[in-house]
Design a protein around this ligand. Structure first.
Ligand code: DOR
Length: 444
């Protein structure tokens, strides 16, 4: 079994026309779930539907037979750490893009906690240039809210947005100072920029390394209480109310914060949030015997919070699923639990872990896919994430049922820090298409 990857740059001319036949077309944006065909011409989708190619494919068009498998918009992961520049031994834009392609992710937004921090135009341009030269999927930078992630001076939000930053975040760190956050939200309204908060009250959480509670006590580890997250979310919601800025909670993890966002949405405030697969696929029990692969910020929570994440996804409180792909090398993880780095890789397990919600009957298939396609596209103002005439030809073909086991040794990411090694899952990516060009294919 060999995996095919296209070569960068992704600006190669895509094939003139390609017909995807025998596909289960899934488009959450238009509620489409039907067997049919789809036609791409160069970089765009030009036609699709149940009747397309019913009488065969005209000559001269390349044919991809989907053999009854699912054809959906390529996944959009709005929360990825790509470690370039600065920590290329953990991940580069190139290696991260291969991991993304293998996971069915055609667009990712990368966080600015690199070294140097993405906090000025030159860095935004650097990411865009490296993406053009080395990536096989689309990469959009998220710029820092404050210079150097120091939480003090705002970055040039308007200029950075104009240069291509799709959102703003100090992720990895919260914007703790209320005045700074108010200014960021207020200033962002002039540009419609999205402020993504790593919601954590550091005074409550900084000394902790796992969820606060019985298990932490038993393991003798300092805990991070749920209050640390919800205090920051509640404060920010007040500031949104004052300013009208667009606000998004990154990797939401607690029942209290989900409830706070639900209330804010009911009041019509421009508040959204995302959940990472590990926060609905695992709870704090995964820490087990000090497993550092189950250490991340925010931490895995208790079962009440885990099920609140599922409920939040289901009722629309949680808009998107995003991985918080956080590659770390062995040296950063093979340490006593308290000293190990936070984070896990996620790009290559995003789809099967999210499909668990569908396979368990907790959510409809289109509902689950919407969280990784049309919803993040709307939040980031991107034209991708849809199967529609004229839309970019970014797609994923996947077998929805095939059972397999996650095997970190087969990951294409440079880092293997995943607590999901050996987990039995269902659903696998067969082909990933970006701008009409197949960038990944799994050959059975
Ligand atoms: O677990 C995490 N890892 N959470 C973050 O917010 C940052 C990330 C990282 O950069 O490693």
């Amino acid at each position: 079994m060999a995996d095919f990857f296209a070569q960068p740059p992704g600006t190669d001319p895509p094939p003139e026309r390609t017909a995807y036949i025998n596909a289960r077309l899934l488009d959450p944006g238009s509620n489409l779930d039907a067997v049919g065909g789809l036609l791409t011409e160069r970089r765009r989708i030009v036609d699709l539907g149940p009747n397309l190619f019913r009488d065969g494919v005209p000559e001269g068009i390349k044919v991809v037979d989907c053999a009854g498998h699912c054809l959906a918009p390529g996944l959009i992961d709005m929360h990825v750490h790509l470690r370039e520049p600065g920590h290329e031994h953990k991940e580069t834009i190139a290696s991260g893009s291969r991991a993304a392609a293998a996971g069915g992710v055609t667009t990712m937004a990368c966080m600015p906690n690199t070294d140097p921090v993405i906090d000025d135009i030159a860095l935004v341009q650097f990411i865009e240039r490296r993406a053009r030269e080395t990536a096989i999927v689309r990469v959009h930078p998220i710029a820092a809210i404050t210079k150097g992630l120091q939480g003090e001076r705002l970055t040039e939000i308007g200029m950075l947005a104009e240069a291509g930053a799709v959102a703003f975040s100090d992720d990895g760190l919260p914007v703790s100072n209320s005045l700074v956050m108010r200014r960021a939200l207020s200033y962002s309204t002039a540009f419609g920029a999205l402020m993504v908060q790593h919601a954590e009250d550091h005074a409550l959480s900084a000394s902790g390394c796992m969820n606060d509670g019985e298990i932490a006590t038993r393991l003798g580890l300092p805990g991070i209480p749920n209050a640390s997250e919800v205090i920051m979310v509640e404060r920010d919601i007040r500031l949104v109310q004052n300013t009208g800025g667009r606000y998004h909670v990154a990797h939401i993890s607690t029942v209290e914060a989900v409830n706070a966002v639900r209330r804010a949405k009911k009041r019509g405030l421009p508040v959204s949030c995302e959940a990472a697969p590990h926060h609905f696929a695992l709870n704090e029990n995964a820490v087990g015997d000090y497993l550092t692969f189950a250490k991340m910020a925010p931490p895995l929570r208790d079962e009440t919070s885990r099920s609140a994440i599922v409920a939040g996804l289901k009722d629309g409180t949680i808009d998107t699923i995003a991985t918080d792909h956080a590659p770390h090398d062995q040296e950063s993880k093979r340490l006593p639990f308290e000293h190990a780095a936070n984070g896990i890789v996620g790009l290559e397990t995003m789809l099967p872990l999210s499909l668990e919600l569908y396979h368990r009957g907790e959510m409809g298939l289109l509902e689950v896919l919407a969280k990784m396609t049309v919803n993040p596209a709307r939040l980031l103002n991107l034209p991708e994430g849809r199967l529609a005439k004229g839309a970019p030809a970014d797609m994923v073909v996947f077998d929805i049922d095939v059972p397999w086991r996650v095997d970190v040794s087969s990951f294409h990411s440079k880092s293997k820090n995943s607590p999901f090694d050996g987990r039995p899952v269902q659903g696998r990516v067969l082909r990933t298409v970006v701008g009409g060009r197949t960038v990944y294919r799994r050959d059975a």
